[in-house]
Ligand binder design. Structure first.
Ligand code: ITT
Length: 188
């Protein structure tokens, strides 16, 4: 497919970039990576973080761009690690989360991703979620981050054991698909 549109995607995470690119390709939207470590604001809401980052980065770059902020939310841990997921993954890792969940009766969890798109006309967000649970031990080697401990609802495999399934139902798929649907009728 001829991809005439190229939008910058500012992310330091190569996995996010690869997943999002594959998700937008069928819509004829191409992404170009801007490997900039953007100054993220500190907030508990991934939508707010994505929106603020996209706006401040657009003021600098002045080209249409996307920022995506995401996280894993565990209700029995008061939605921890949420918007701090990247930091917690680095500090505690999946083993640390499994330890915190040791005696939890409620193992439900969900991923949320918010895509913020900014251009000269302004900025808007598109969010997606996927619900499931935290399993008892790490399983699988595909994907990244919390994939080895997350099992989507109605399934038995973790996201790290079934990448195809992940990319069909993930929070990122839902957010980028909502963006693509809107963008296909948008006149920049
Ligand atoms: P950028 O901010 O540079 O885009 P990042 O990895 O720091 O990259 P976030 O601040 O949005 O991104 O943090 C999201 C974290 O949430 C990510 O690092 C993972 O730990 C976790 N996460 C998000 N999506 C995930 C997914 O699909 N699978 C597993 N973990 C995910």
């Amino acid at each position: 497919m001829l991809m005439s549109i190229k939008i910058l995607f500012a992310t330091g995470n190569a996995h996010k970039f690869a997943e999002a690119s594959a998700m937008l390709r069928p819509h004829g939207i191409g992404l170009q990576r801007l490997d900039s470590k953007r100054g993220e604001i500190r907030a508990e809401d991934v939508e707010q973080v994505a929106l603020a980052s996209a706006k401040s980065l657009f003021a600098e770059v002045k080209k249409p761009l996307i920022v995506e902020d995401s996280g894993l939310f565990i209700p029995s841990l008061n939605d921890f690690p949420g918007a701090y997921s990247a930091w917690v993954q680095k500090k505690l890792g999946n083993k640390g989360i499994l330890k915190l969940m040791k005696n939890a009766a409620d193992r439900s969890a969900y991923f949320k991703a918010c895509v913020a798109y900014a251009d000269k006309k302004g900025a808007r967000t598109f969010c997606g979620e996927v619900h499931g649970s935290i399993c008892e031990s790490e399983r699988g080697s595909a994907g990244f981050g919390y994939d080895p401990i997350f099992v989507p609802a109605g399934e038995t495999q973790t996201f790290a054991e079934n990448e195809t399934l992940k990319n069909r139902i993930s929070h990122r798929f839902n957010a980028f698909t909502a963006f693509a649907r809107w963008y296909s009728n948008y006149v920049p």
